[in-house]
Design a protein around this ligand. Structure first.
Ligand SMILES: [Fe+2]
Length: 180
């Protein structure tokens, strides 16, 4: 990968696949707590923990230096959608807890929040790929893209083990083989 935005778009391929898996799980009325928890962990550790950290801690502040406000405009919209995504994940966790307490309504809570997350993230990623990252490409120099990419590598290197980028992608691929 040559640029920081290409690195993020590469993550998007797998995050999008995860949202398609979530929609398929709802469609197939899956009732598998282990897989629900795996999806939550993949979102928290990969989509939010690694990918959104690269955006929120590195790309967006760099865009801030170029005049993109964190409180209004496109970066602010992206940040508020990350928060909405976290609320859906909390909803999934609440639903899983209800299932654990033998409350069968937990399943509907999980499905509603999985559908909500999937639709939110699909629209969100379309906006980042189509608009925000293209703006970033226009305002960032080659050197700035390269130094962001080095910092992204450092973020990824910090997460080892079960939910490193490579392991997360492998887990998403396994779920895709089961559900898609
Ligand atoms: Fe993103």
């Amino acid at each position: 990968m040559k640029t920081a935005t290409q690195n993020l778009e590469h993550d998007h391929v797998y995050i999008l696949q995860l949202t398609e898996i979530m929609q398929a799980m709802v469609e197939k009325q899956v009732n598998n707590i282990e897989h629900f928890e795996l999806v939550v962990n993949l979102i928290r550790k990969f989509a939010d923990g690694i990918h959104h950290a690269k955006e929120e801690d590195l790309l967006f502040p760099k865009m801030g230096e170029k005049g993109f406000s964190p409180v209004q405009g496109p970066v602010a919209v992206m940040l508020s959608e990350h928060v909405q995504g976290r609320n859906y994940v909390q909803g999934m966790i609440d639903g899983i807890e209800m299932l654990r307490q033998d409350d069968s309504e937990g399943l509907e809570v999980i499905y509603d929040n999985m559908d909500g997350y999937a639709e939110l993230l699909q629209n969100h990623i379309a906006k980042e790929n189509g608009v925000l990252f293209r703006m970033a490409d226009q305002v960032l120099s080659d050197d700035e893209q390269s130094s962001l990419l080095i910092q992204f590598d450092e973020v990824e290197a910090e997460v080892t083990g079960e939910f490193s980028t490579a392991s997360s992608i492998a887990k998403i691929t396994e779920l895709a083989a089961l559900y898609l």
